[in-house]
Each structure stands twice: as C-alpha cells, then as structure tokens.
Write a protein that binds this ligand. Sequence first.
Ligand code: NI
Length: 285
Amino acid sequence: MAPLFDSHAHISDRRFDGCRDEVVFRIREKLAGFMEIGADMRSSFEAAACARKYDECWAAVGVHPADVDQLSDEALSELRRLAAMPKVRAIGEIGLDYHYDDGLPEELQQLWFRRQLDLALELGMPVCVHSRDADEDTMRILKESGCFSKERARRFAALPDGGPDARVLMHCFSGSAELAAQYVKLGASISLAGPVTFKNAKKAVKVAEQTPLCRLLIETDCPYMAPEPHRGETNEPSYVEFVARKIAEIKGISFEEAAQATFENAVRFYGIDHPALRGRCDGRV
Ligand code: NI
C-alpha cells in the first residue's frame, strides 16, 4: 500500500473525545503518519503529548489567529519550550483570518503572527500558515519577516524542482492558482484539503493542476471539512486518502504515485526521519 500522510490534523479536538482510540486505529490501518497541529495553547500542549504517545504522530505548536488573545511573552516562552520537545517539527498553525466580522482585531492578529514567525525563524523550524480572506497581508508579513530570505533558504536543501525551500506551508490553501504560483516561486509549499474534492471546487482544482507535484502536500484539517464522499461528516485523518485520490485524478497519475509523492513531500517538509524512507538515497526526498 502506498504510504499516506495527513499533513494537518486536530485529533486533540474535543469532538474526538470518546472515539479517539478508534480514529487512531484507522490511522494505523491506513496511514504512514500524521501531523497533529496546535491551534491554541491547550491544543499545542496536547499536540506535543500526542506525538509522544503515538509512533505515527508528529506535532506542530502555535496559536491560530482566532485565539491570539491568549498570547503573551510568557505564553510565547511556553511555545518555545513545547517546540523543543521530541517530534515537534513546526510552528503552526499561525496566520491571519479576516473572515469573521467579530474576529480579533487585525492589528492584534498581525502582531502575534509576526512574533510567532520570529520564533520559527529563530529556531529554524518550518511554518504552517493559516490565511483566510487575508491574502495581501499574509504575503506581506511572510516576506517582511524574512521567511523567504536567502538566509532562511540556505538552512535547507533546494527542492527537487531546484527552487529554494523556505519551509513555509500554506495550509488548506484557498487562494487562486496565481497566488499559489507566487508562493511556489518564493519557496513555499501548498497543502490541499477536503474542498478540492467538492463538486464546485474550481479554484482548488486549478491550484492542484498548476502546482508542481513536489510542492503539494495533502491534509484533512479534521475534524472540519471532510472530503467527498464524507462531506458533512466529522472528518478524520484516514480520509486523507480521498484528497490523494482527487490529486491523482487531477494530475493524471495513479493513486499510488500521488500518495507516495505527497508523503515524501510531507516528511521532507517537516524533517521527519520516517522508517518507510530509511536507507533510501535516490535523491527524491
Ligand atoms: Ni487546522
């Protein structure tokens, strides 16, 4: 079976209380691994604990723009401590979300996006970015923070397409194919989730078509946005298979190829020494 990797999940979410063991059972049956992503201080702590508990789990710690009012100098120190824990591989999810009128003030979101980016840059860690209805500010702040600087790219080997590797992942990408191309040029990778499988998913399908395979990751962002044919249900990491199937269909490749490529992209992005790749040195990873 081709290895599958969910590059963005939230199984610490309260919605999985009472069924988490079954969800993990299905992960073990179907996936080579998954990233458990923090979205606030509690879930960041739980993500680090999840990575310690499960062999197939790695973690990211960070605070989502909807919850940055939890942040302070002390909380940032706590994130720094969590980032040093075993199998914690990235800072995220962090970013900007201007979708809701009653969301936190833009200035506050920007302040803590910058400060968490500074932390990732200081630690030389990958960044998992959430951006919703905030295309321009997200791009500007990522540039201004130095995420796409030559100095940052020098930390990492060039990508298989020869481009720089900024270790910036635009998670659950909802922008245009043109914006995706700009990010790819700057050294970022693009992650697609359930929406690419939806019947009206013109934009995401175009992004998948045009983004080089070596820059594409797949995710569930569970428990939200379950892919077809599970749309509307509680999403879970094992459903990442359906995102891989859709990528295969769009790219005109086999499911195995899509799964293998997105798996390799994810373990490379997060710097995971995965048992399934150990001993391989054909330069593809
Ligand atoms: Ni998420």
